[in-house]
Write a protein that binds this ligand. Sequence first.
Ligand code: ZN
Ligand code: ZN
Length: 145
Amino acid sequence: MTASRTPTTADELRGAGLRVTAARVALLETVRGGDHLDVEAIASGVRDRVGHVSLQAVYEALHALTAAGLVRRIEPAGSPARFEGRVGDNHHHVVCRSCGVVADVDCAVGAAPCLSASNDHGFSIDEAEVIYWGLCSDCSTTRSS
Ligand SMILES: [Zn+2]
Ligand SMILES: [Zn+2]
């Protein structure tokens, strides 16, 4: 068995056909290290790593990384877009109606639930977005006490 080098974040950017910049590396690491972060939280994480980066540059990098499939964007109704590094598994999210916390939910029935729509209207469907809404345990405890 040959010992293969673990690809670095820069390698992954290159592999996705993206130009490697310090800001993009920092952004991908921030998103992966975080938990469904919004743009402001990502910007501050990037700045912690590489110094000042404009919000515009953060948006551009997020757009490029999302388009390349390295980052997934989720946007629950009524809350700002969040970004995560867990991609490609079509997992779902549960969102608290009260505080907006987001958590991952694995597929209930397999790798690609509901991708065989009962009527696909001729579309080639590649994602079924499922968002569960409710109250997180902190918020439901607060309400009932
Ligand atoms: Zn909550
Ligand atoms: Zn997630």
